[in-house]
Ligand binder design. Sequence first.
Ligand SMILES: Nc1ncnc2c1ncn2[C@@H]1O[C@H](COP(=O)(O)OP(=O)(O)OP(=O)(O)O)[C@@H](O)[C@H]1O
Length: 252
Amino acid sequence: MSHPIIDFADVYFTYPDGKKAINGITFHVRHGESVGIVGANGAGKTSLLMLMTGLLLPIRGEVHVGGVPVAKKTLSVIRQKIGFTFQDPDDQLFMGTVYDDIAFGPRNYGVGEEEVKNRVMKAMEAVGVMHIKDRAPYKLSGGEKRGAAIAAILSMEPDILAMDEPTAALDPKARRKLIHLLKGFPYTKIIATHDLDMVLELCERTIVLKEGRIVCDGLSFQILSDAQLLEQWGLEKPLSLQRCPICGTKKE
Ligand SMILES: Nc1ncnc2c1ncn2[C@@H]1O[C@H](COP(=O)(O)OP(=O)(O)OP(=O)(O)O)[C@@H](O)[C@H]1O
């Protein structure tokens, strides 16, 4: 097995208003793994991703990414190792054109303009957003914004992709396209989502959160097939594993 690339050791996080969001989480992710983070609303999925990317810092415990402790002074190194897409792409896209949004990260890290151009082209090619490169991000559709936001993290050439609800607000065709795209990426992937069918398809491992704690960590197929357990955590079997109560055939 390959080495751990993300390591959480007894991590706690409380928001300034006193809300305890993460309550003693320990796990690690190995290089090349794809992990789905699931749980009911408010379980702590977004908070966990934010701790992983240094957008939040633990009040207790330690997070390491690529062997580097996540702390104020290491944030610039951490952001190069792990690319984070927000639940709402509007939180990530703020430049005048898609091209400039994708170029922003590498430019900010002092990458030369020729290399920036290479990276932007490569990222746009990979995600299929070349045709919208000169458009204003705020005028794009949800699927196009999602594509631009993913390209914007790929141009940083991260080792890890951390994504918060990547299929939210996508129509079925755009969702399918995104899953196909993500399947082809060689990166370590951490995907926080309510889309359990996507987890089943993309992630060999699933971590279930409840009230800021890990309540289950194992093979996606096993976890997501267990309707009784899922119900305890406020979740439902993925549609692709459900059967029609009348004819017994699998739902699509
Ligand atoms: N900025 C904040 N200030 C105070 N409490 C917060 C803040 N953000 C989140 N919380 C609380 O922390 C807990 C975990 O929230 P988080 O957004 O991490 O959950 P989630 O699993 O991503 O939820 P969802 O599925 O609804 O997106 C919730 O109880 C939430 O109300």
